[in-house]
Design a protein around this ligand. Structure first.
Ligand code: MEV
Length: 309
């Protein structure tokens, strides 16, 4: 093992969260300005020590903590590289708020896999990276579609249908994505589980999922045509479907309303919901400022702006 660094970044799901678990398409946008970095440094003893915002301690003590999924991933990487007893310090430095629908757990997995492959001098094809990220995502989320890992490791917007290779899409030529953090932790496993329960017994829930898939296809055409007005309409309609599926909250609804009143073309939750972040599309930098201010006044604890161009 040699010292190595792996990086990744945040993601937001533009359209299709939850529906993507059921085979419908989703579109997600990488946010490269919100970064995560995993630094791997060999030690002269056999200790394996992690430092991060959500876990500090030895790898062997991480099993019943929030780090359990990532710890499972690291253990399997060490087996794959025949390095079960190799000592290291792993330092994870992240700008991503955890559990806010911005892909923090997938971004952590992606950066760690990249760091390990570099540390052992191995090539890392993209499909292999995504398969590794799935190891921890399964422990953390239960039934991940793969959209989070695909987008936290990508440069371009991603079109994903479960079980297929993610496809690159074009970024819009104009407009600003405004992201507002409700300050409430999202609950991916609980939200995915709650939707699954409804989906199993409620025909109306299935209709919402199908409608979300349709909106994602419409959104992809709007993206290709640079039609932000139409994209915004798709996002707002998707928010209604997601609310009907039970994954919106009063705080999310408040930020969505504030964004729309300030001139956003569309706004919705992003990721699993039940907390987490709201995204809105603004046509110009000036309106994006107004949307960001409105979200802050409505209670967002942090707001980011990401220019598409
Ligand atoms: C979580 O960011 C997105 C969900 O669709 C779950 C998944 O796709 O794995 C809610």
């Amino acid at each position: 093992m040699i010292p190595a660094i792996g990086t990744s970044h945040a993601k937001t799901i533009l359209l299709g969260e939850h529906a993507v678990v059921y085979g419908e398409p989703a579109i997600a946008i990488p946010v490269p300005t919100i970064r995560l970095r995993a630094e791997l440094t060999p030690r002269s003893d056999e200790r394996q020590v992690v430092t991060s915002a959500f876990y500090n301690g030895r790898l062997e003590d991480a099993s019943s903590t929030r780090f359990a999924g990532v710890a499972t991933l690291i253990r399997q990487l060490l087996v794959a590289f025949d390095a079960k007893t190799t000592g290291f310090d792993l330092n994870i430095i992240s700008d991503l708020p955890p559990e806010r629908g911005m892909g923090s757990s997938a971004a952590t997995a992606v950066a760690i896999v990249r760091a390990f492959y570099r540390a052992f001098g191995a090539d890392l094809p993209h499909d292999v990276l995504l398969r590794w990220a799935d190891v921890s995502e399964r422990v953390i989320h239960g039934n991940p579609s793969g959209i989070d890992a695909a987008t936290t490791s990508a440069e371009r917007p991603q079109w994903l249908i479960r079980g297929n290779e993610p496809q690159n899409l074009a970024m819009p030529h104009a407009g600003v994505l405004v992201i507002g953090d409700t300050g409430v932790q999202g609950q991916t496993k609980a939200a995915v589980g709650a939707v699954a329960k409804r989906y199993a017994v409620d025909v109306l829930a299935r209709d919402q999922i199908i409608s979300l898939g349709r909106l994602t296809r419409r959104g992809a055409v709007a993206l290709a045509e640079n039609n932000l007005l139409e994209l915004g309409k798709c996002m707002s309609a998707a928010q209604s479907n997601l609310a009907a599926l039970g994954v919106s909250t009063t705080q999310i609804d408040k930020l969505v309303r504030a964004a729309m009143q300030a001139g956003a073309l569309g706004a919705k939750l992003t990721g699993s919901g039940m907390g987490g972040c709201v995204i809105a599309i603004a046509p110009t930098a000036e309106i994006a400022e107004q949307v960001a201010d409105a979200m802050s006044s409505a209670g967002a604890i942090q707001v980011w702006q990401h220019e598409f161009a």
